[in-house]
Structure formats: structure tokens, C-alpha cells
Design a protein around this ligand. Structure first.
Ligand SMILES: CC(=O)N[C@H]1[C@@H](OP(=O)(O)OP(=O)(O)OC[C@H]2O[C@@H](n3ccc(=O)[nH]c3=O)[C@H](O)[C@@H]2O)O[C@H](CO)[C@@H](O)[C@@H]1O
Ligand SMILES: C=C(OP(=O)(O)O)C(=O)O
Length: 433
């Protein structure tokens, strides 16, 4: 079992290169199933979610050729099954994109119920199912699998109005409709940068999708997608996490390889807290020299403040002067990490969707546990800012979404290292038997 050991209390200085976006990569890789040819995908982040999704494609019969650390070629011409591995698919939320991709290309899909981070309840997919059904598929759940099938073998375009703004449903329906017979209109869509990225990827392979990034997406179904080359956008949330880290520790860092427009919702909030942010081409210079100021934050679909930055931002606010209010507007709960921050001296009260954060002068290091990906990132930030040593366990969650977080932070001067430790539960079982 890997743990991170952090000696905090040091400001960060230097440069950090942002990797490709996790939430775009985990959709674009399954979307390669729709392509009857070879697609080359560049700027793929090296994270465990990507490894898992590539492995699922390989098991379906796609050939995956690694060109370099961040580029793969996927050839989906010889896919021989539409049933995914139960063990692998249930590990990640993004496996639900395999339904849209397999259904769109082959008219059927059998995909294990998705996993991913648990925010205190199930992560529903009723809007995805509503979309697939409108396109003519029958969808049932049996033995832990979601089975979708269209008897004629090809979906038919339809008008779909989403009841809730859902990133996953927007992307999944877009994939399924790309090869459908006729036109599809999706209304009340989500507008996240990764939605635009998926549409751009599909269009570069021959799809006809317009309006991604607005609340109405129009898809004219095409007969076939052929191969091509595409580079994934930089990760807005990874960039935001490093910005939040320097906000918490103080110092000055240059965040490189970003799209500044995607960062506006995060930049504006950090500036409100007194962090200085200067934009230059595809970089942001982020500096914090004075004490942080309080701010109120509400997470909302893009271009609102992202829910995937809520734990990191709440951590920054634990060190701000005054009392801040954080409201989670996307998930019913995403505050499991708060108890861990309290072990470090943070003062936070959670009432349903709201966290009241009373800023403290300093945090102190402690043994803490990550419960999900962004909660883990938040704890790393807290440990970097805290005085003394912290030991972070369950870091496999962090590695789902952050490429080489240790190397990148060490290059900024952080004292953080990964250590392998025997699993205590396994040890005690071994001793008993
Ligand atoms: C709009 C939004 O900010 N979405 C976030 C959401 O995307 P993700 O795609 O996982 O989730 P959705 O955008 O689909 O969910 C947004 C909301 O819609 C609800 N819902 C979703 C699908 C559905 O079929 N039925 C339904 O009711 C969810 O319960 C949730 O309250 O979590 C991801 C991981 O944290 C983030 O990267 C996304 O930015
Ligand atoms: C929660 C996240 O990922 P997932 O939806 O894949 O669990 C995230 O990216 O913050």
C-alpha cells in the first residue's frame, strides 16, 4: 500500500506542466470505439483511470499501440465483443461511456454498472438511459450489467431534453447519436470544456456535431467515422489544484500548458481570496504573498465554479481570514474529507450541502486518509501548507486523476514522497492464519 509522507509549511516556487484532461481522456478513449479506423490520441494523461479504460478497450478487441508516454493509437476495426469486463468497468465511473460508444457503433452494449468516486449516494444514469431509449434502444439492468440493444442494429436520431444538466449524459448521448440514422438534438446540455473536446474529437474523425459548449447540441448522424489524429485539452482541474496549492502554501508558481479561458471560474475565486494571477498565452503565474481573504463559493455546472475543485478550494479557505461559506450545488454531498481536515486543526461545520469554514492561522500535520480523488488532492494541499509531518493513505484515489503528482510537487520545492508500506489488514490476517 502506498502512502504519501509530507513535511509541510514551505512555500512553493517554480514551474508545473499540466497534463491532458482526465475527464476528456476517459470519454475520448471509449469514443475511439466509434471509429472504423486508427485514431491517434495525443496528450493522454498517465493516470490509473486511463490505464483501466485502455485495458477495457483491449479486452473488447481493439489494438492499442503506445507511441510515447502521452500518445496512443487505437484501432477499433477488430472489436469482437460488446460485453465489457465486470471487474474493470465497475472500477471507474467513466466506463458508462462504453455504453454510448458500443451502442452507437454495434447497436448493442453490455457494460458493468459504473464505479468512480462516491459522493455519499449512487451516481444516477437515468438521463443517459432516457437518451439511449429516445434513440431507439431497449435498456435493462441484469446481474450487475447494463444491457442496451437496438433491434435494427442502428440507432435513430431524436430530440432529447435533459431533465438535469449532466456532463456524463450529454457526452454519452453525443457518442451514441454520432452514427445514428438522422438528426439528434440534445437540449439543456452541460457545457464543460471536455464536452467541447469530445465533440471536436468526433468531428475530426468525420462526425457532424454542432453547438457543443452551448446548451443545445445538434448531431447529424453519419455512416462511418474514419481515423485521424487528435490532442486532448489540458486538465482544468489539475491546473486548478496546483493553483490552490500555492494559494495555501504561499510562494509563486508558473502553471504551464493551460487554456486560460477554462481557468476563469477558478482564477476569479482565488483572486477574490487575494491570490495574484497573471495570464500569459498558455500559462498562468500564480502568487500569494499576503494572508488569504474569505470568500463564498457555490459549485455549479460550467462556467460556474467546478464541483471537482470544491475540496481543494475549501482547504484553501481553512487558512483564510474570516468565515467562508461553501455550497455544493452539483452533488448531494461531497464533504467526507472535512473530518480529515479537522484532524489538522481546520474549523469547518457541514450542514447538508453547505460548509461553514472558519479560517485558522495554521494547520498542523497528521495521519489522514483520502476518500476520493479530489478529497485526496485537497489533503495533499492541506499537508503541504501544514506545519509538521502528514501521512496520507488511500492515495490510489489521487493516482486515478493526477499524473506524477509527487514529481510535479517536488519540482516546486515540496517535501513529499511516496512510501510503500505493508497493508495492515493483510498483515493481521496473515498473523491470525
Ligand atoms: C454538471 C457537473 O458539474 N458535472 C460534474 C459531474 O459530472 P458527471 O458526469 O459525473 O455527473 P453529471 O454531470 O452527470 O451529474 C450532475 C448532476 O446530475 C445528476 N444526474 C446525473 C446523471 C443522470 O442521469 N441523472 C442525474 O440526476 C447527478 O446526480 C448530479 O447531481 O461530476 C464530475 C465528477 O465530479 C465532474 O467532472 C462534472 O463536472
Ligand atoms: C470525481 C471525479 O471523477 P469520477 O467522476 O471519474 O469519479 C473527478 O474527476 O473529480
Amino acid at each position: 500500500m502506498t502512502k504519501y509522507i509530507v513535511h509541510g509549511g514551505k512555500p512553493l516556487f517554480g514551474e508545473v506542466e499540466i497534463s491532458g484532461a482526465k475527464n476528456a481522456a476517459v470519454a475520448i478513449i471509449p469514443a475511439a470505439i466509434l471509429v472504423d479506423g486508427v485514431c491517434r490520441i495525443e496528450n493522454i494523461p498517465q493516470i490509473s483511470d486511463v490505464t483501466a479504460i485502455l485495458k477495457i478497450l483491449e479486452q473488447l478487441g481493439a489494438s492499442i499501440r503506445s507511441i510515447n508516454r502521452h500518445t496512443v493509437e487505437i484501432d477499433s476495426r477488430h472489436i469482437h465483443t460488446t460485453r465489457t469486463s465486470y471487474e474493470l468497468s465497475r472500477k471507474l465511473r467513466a466506463s458508462y461511456y462504453l455504453i454510448g460508444a458500443l451502442l452507437g457503433r454495434f447497436g448493442r452494449a453490455e457494460v458493468a454498472m459504473p464505479g468512480g468516486c462516491n459522493f455519499g449516494g449512487v451516481r444516477p444514469i437515468d438521463q443517459h438511459v432516457k437518451g439511449f431509449s429516445a434513440l431507439g434502444a431497449g435498456v435493462t439492468t441484469e446481474g450487475g450489467y447494463i444491457n442496451a440493444i437496438v433491434e435494427s442494429g442502428r440507432l435513430t436520431g431524436a430530440n432529447i431534453y435533459l431533465d438535469v444538466v449532466s456532463v456524463g449524459a450529454t457526452m454519452n448521448i453525443m457518442m451514441a447519436a454520432a452514427l445514428a440514422q438522422g438528426d439528434t438534438v440534445i437540449e439543456n446540455c452541460a457545457k464543460e470544456p471536455h464536452i467541447v473536446d469530445l465533440a471536436n474529437f468526433l468531428n475530426s474523425m468525420g462526425a457532424d456535431i454542432r453547438g457543443a459548449g452551448t446548451d443545445t447540441i445538434k448531431i447529424r448522424g453519419v455512416e462511418r467515422l474514419s481515423g485521424g489524429s487528435y490532442a486532448i485539452i489540458p486538465d482544468q482541474i489539475e491546473a486548478g489544484t496546483y493553483m490552490a496549492a500555492v494559494a495555501a502554501t504561499g510562494g509563486q508558481i508558473l502553471v504551464k500548458n493551460i487554456i486560460p479561458k477554462h481557468m476563469d471560474c477558478i482564477t476569479a475565486k482565488l483572486q477574490e481570496c487575494g491570490v495574484e494571477v497573471e495570464e500569459q498565452d498558455d500559462t498562468l503565474l500564480v502568487r500569494r504573498t499576503a494572508r488569504l481573504k474569505k470568500a463564498n463559493v457555490k459549485t455549479l455546472p460550467y462556467p460556474g465554479f467546478p464541483t471537482d475543485m470544491q475540496p481543494q478550494m475549501t482547504t484553501v479557505l481553512t487558512l483564510a481570514q474570516g468565515t467562508s461559506l461553501v455550497t455544493e450545488g452539483v452533488w448531494s454531498s461531497r464533504y467526507r474529507y472535512v473530518d480529515e481536515l479537522k484532524r489538522m486543526g481546520a474549523r469547518i461545520q457541514v450542514d447538508d450541502k453547505t460548509a461553514v469554514v472558519e479560517g485558522v492561522e495554521k494547520l498542523t500535520g497528521a495521519p489522514i486518509q483520502a476518500y476520493d480523488l479530489r478529497a485526496g488532492a485537497a489533503l495533499v494541499i492541506a499537508a503541504l501548507a501544514a506545519e509538521g509531518e502528514s501521512e496520507i493513505s488511500n492515495v490510489q484515489y489521487i493516482e486515478r486523476g493526477y499524473e506524477d503528482i509527487i514529481g510535479k510537487l517536488r519540482a516546486l520545492g515540496a517535501d513529499i514522497r511516496a512510501v510503500e508500506e505493508p497493508d495492515e489488514d493483510a498483515l493481521s490476517t496473515a498473523q491470525i492464519s
